[in-house]
Design a protein around this ligand. Structure first.
Ligand code: NZQ
Ligand code: ZN
Length: 387
């Protein structure tokens, strides 16, 4: 078991109607709020109106229009400008992971005199960040409980994961009823994203029985409840358990004491969505089974056997190779069964930029240190297999 040093300072306030506690929470941080949100879903579900009503005694400035795969320019830059001009006390992010990730970059940029890109690229270490409160409306990324944000810069095809303990939300409100309106595409992408977060921690050299059990249980829960959410979008119990599973996915709690894995599927997917602006969870679902097949070897087979038996209930008396292959097939078939497009061509990606993307990933993502090290050629092969 590896050493670790761990803290999650975020308060989670979970359940039906918890947003009513918003005024008391916001008052702890000040009067001037930057309210950030996306393309309008929060208005359609009535959440925007409720938030404005609850916060009628505060001074609210707004940054709307944050896109999926949130963009540095204009969203981060506009948010930082508003925070500085208006001397904002606290950011309230209302929406999916993209809104929250963008708000995290704004929170750090608002307390820095230079170009916020310096912080996102770790050229400069942030010394402070504005506090962040969020109301998460889509179960997927776990951004509501982690210190990371992923920011895209279109002109350079960069999509960078920016992690700093200063970026943990101070408070996250999680009301599963707000996820009832998430459409099937994004519900399925959320399931795939959270499943992959779990797998990125499960497929590692050193793991513990404890962590393996957490991860296996997460994966089973996400498949069972995810399917129920797709069948009946207003199934509160299923939406609630899916929401909590997603929240656990990314903050490291599933892999305390494990050796690092390098999160290879995320490293590869971030390039896909940087170059083609695809939906993150769909990209992951496409890459994951191809990556699994690529790394299956005498060294890794026992992990796949355990995964196959404990997650998919594959017959433990079968030969190891057969269990491992069935486990990879079952992974593929699950994603396919929730209607995720399982080929890159189906999400608009052809072979034309595969060399360029493989090079970009190999140079920028450090996958030579992954659980199974990946060279540029390995990455290219995984992408070609995914076409
Ligand atoms: O923009 P609006 O109108 O709000 O619509 C959004 C968006 O179109 C919609 N939506 C959100 N809540 C809804 C809703 N529609 C109806 N009802 C609701 N209640 O869903 C669409 C997708 O939203 P987005 O925020 O982009 O999805 P998600 O939460 O999956 O976030 C994806 C982003 O997070 C990054 C991804 O790379 C991607 O950029 N990630 C962040 C991580 C983190 N911070 O830890 C980890 C992840 O691995 C991931 O990389
Ligand atoms: Zn992810």
């Amino acid at each position: 078991m590896q050493n670790f040093n761990y803290m999650t300072p975020t308060r989670l306030i979970f359940g039906k109607g918890v947003v009513e506690k918003l005024p008391g929470t916001m008052a702890r941080f000040g009067k001037k709020i930057l309210l950030t949100y996306g393309g309008g879903s929060i208005k359609k579900i009535g959440l925007y109106d409720r938030v404005m009503e609850l916060l009628k005694d505060f001074e609210i400035h707004e940054l709307p229009g944050i896109q999926p795969n949130p963009k540095y320019d204009p969203s981060v830059l506009d948010g930082v400008r508003i925070c500085k001009e208006q001397q904002i006390d606290v950011i309230l992010a209302v929406g999916g992971g993209s809104v929250l990730d963008c708000s995290k970059a704004i929170a750090a940029g608002a307390c820095y005199d230079g170009d916020p890109w310096d912080l996102i690229t770790y050229k400069v270490k942030a010394k402070a960040a504005l506090p962040i409160v969020d109301i998460i409306t889509l179960a997927a990324t776990g951004s509501e409980y982690d210190a990371g944000g992923v920011i895209s810069r279109t002109e350079t095809n960069d999509k960078i994961g920016y992690i700093d303990p200063l970026l943990y939300p101070a408070v996250s409100f999680l009301d599963p009823t707000y996820t009832f309106t998430v459409n099937k595409k994004h519900t399925a992408a959320g399931i795939a994203d959270a499943m992959n977060h779990t797998m990125e921690q499960y497929f590692a050299e050193d793991t513990t029985l404890l962590n393996d059990g957490f991860c296996e249980s997460m994966l089973r829960s996400l498949m069972v409840n995810g399917r129920k959410c797709l069948e009946n979008p207003e199934d509160y119990t299923a939406r609630a358990e899916m929401m909590l599973s997603c929240t656990y996915g990314c903050n490291g709690i599933l892999s305390l004491g494990n050796s690092p894995s390098g999160w290879p599927c995320h490293a590869i997917e971030h390039a896909l969505s940087a170059y083609y602006d695809i939906t993150h969870g769909e990209g992951l679902a496409i890459i994951t089974p191809r990556w699994m097949r690529h790394i299956l070897s005498d060294r890794t087979i026992d992990r796949f056997v355990k995964y196959g038996i404990n997650v998919f209930g594959i017959d433990a008396s079968l030969p190891k190779q057969e269990i491992a292959e069935k486990a990879i097939d079952a992974t593929y078939r699950f994603f396919e069964s929730i209607n995720i497009p399982m080929h890159l061509r189906e999400v608009g990606i052809d072979e034309s930029r595969i060399d360029e993307m493989a090079h970009h990933i190999a140079v920028n993502e450090g996958l030579e240190n992954a659980y199974v090290p990946l060279t540029e050629q390995d990455i290219k092969n995984i992408l070609l297999e995914s076409l």
